[in-house]
Design a protein. Structure first.
Length: 372
């Protein structure tokens, strides 16, 4: 039977992700709109972004937070171009974004002493193969594979290299061991459902020391430069951004941070995401035609949940089109480089009751396309 109840919010995209429950554009503090980002109110709002991010995440003392151009990609490229080259690099990848960082390091930066530590979609590579004396590049959560890092136990507390972590679909949704992470990047449009184009760069004191004691052998575009005369450009981390940000997006992000605080902090946001995953886990347990792309239960992402079906790619496309036409699920097809399947966002901005309403529609749509 065709289900009757539809999700109130059918937005299950993995980026940009659903806005928070109760979001109202009219309630944003837009007092900075039309003002220079370098005006006192503009700088104050950007400084608030940095300070409140550190406070909400509970970052260790001495960690810095900056707003940078180009979303998570811009933040990661800035980190790699500014920090790599001093020592060998281990690059861990198990999906498209990790593979992209490996490609940039070998083909654009053209570093020679690079060790790929890779796995196919659905699997996590053996992270213990990394060398504590090397710089280590990795994603915490494979957004396009639904495979996440379980914990940070494999990272040596006595490491001499830097750990550089793309955590864009993990920050605010997974428990990150900050003391083990020297550089962390993320973007507003993932777990908090913010707007695009802006990246966040978090640096440990060890990363700052590298920036101030090492100069890469290649030229750096102005938009990537974090130092001047071998000293950190501290303004980047106190509200003086490298380029002009959208103050509307800034207001939107501050609203999202306020929402996380209203929930009870990051732990509450993580709990919402885990409960959302449990809805899909229960559904998969009851149906043989669908399974998780992640082969190990412990590595299942609780944000970008990737599923495989016993259907050929064309019928999976038909299924997602049908759900879109019914207005019950938008943008849930697998990433273009990933195995054919579904990718359903389960971050904190998604309501558990919407996922519960979606599950019967998944079964109905499967029956429709498989019988066709």
């Amino acid at each position: 039977m065709k289900p009757v109840v539809k999700p109130t919010n059918p937005n299950f995209s993995s980026g940009p992700c659903s806005k928070r429950p109760g979001y109202d554009l009219k309630k944003l503090d837009v007092s900075t709109l039309g003002r220079s980002h370098r005006s006192a109110p503009g700088k104050a709002a950007l400084a608030q972004v940095c300070a409140e991010t550190a406070a909400v995440l509970g970052l260790p003392e001495g960690y810095l937070v900056g707003v940078v151009p180009g979303s998570d990609t811009g933040a990661m490229e800035m980190a790699m171009w500014s920090l790599l080259g001093e020592r060998p690099v281990d690059v861990c990848s198990w999906e498209s974004f990790g593979a992209g960082w490996l490609s940039d390091i070998t083909k654009q930066l053209k570093l020679n002493d690079v060790t790929p530590i890779s796995a196919d979609y659905g699997k996590l590579p053996d992270l213990t193969q990394t060398n504590a004396d090397h710089d280590i590049i990795f994603t915490w959560n494979g957004t396009t594979s639904g495979v996440k890092v379980v914990n940070g136990d494999w990272i040596d507390d006595q490491r001499t290299g830097l750990t550089i972590c793309d955590a864009t679909s993990a920050v605010f949704a997974m428990d990150l061991p900050w003391e083990k992470l020297d550089v962390v990047t993320f973007s507003w449009q993932k777990v908090l459902g913010g707007e695009g184009a802006h990246g966040m760069l978090i640096l440990s004191p060890r990363a700052v020391e590298r920036l101030e004691t090492y100069t890469p052998p290649w030229p750096l575009p102005k938009i990537f430069r974090l130092t001047k005369n071998n000293k950190l450009i501290g303004g980047v981390f106190t509200g003086a951004t490298i380029n002009t940000p959208s103050m509307l997006c800034v207001a939107d992000y501050l609203d999202a941070l306020d929402w996380v605080n209203s929930l009870g902090g990051v732990s509450a946001a993580i709990d919402r995401s885990v409960k959302n995953l449990s809805v899909i886990e229960a559904f998969v347990d009851q149906h043989q035609w669908v399974d998780f792309l992640a082969e190990d239960i412990a590595t299942r992402s609780n944000t970008s949940v990737c599923l495989i079906l016993d259907l050929e790619a064309a019928k999976i496309n038909a299924l997602t089109t049908l759900l879109d036409q019914e207005g019950v699920a938008y943008d849930i097809g697998a990433y273009r480089d990933a195995p054919a399947g579904l990718r359903i966002w389960c971050g904190a901005t998604v309501e558990v009751q919407d996922l519960q309403a979606l599950m019967p529609w998944l079964e109905w749509a499967y029956q429709q396309v498989s019988a066709a």
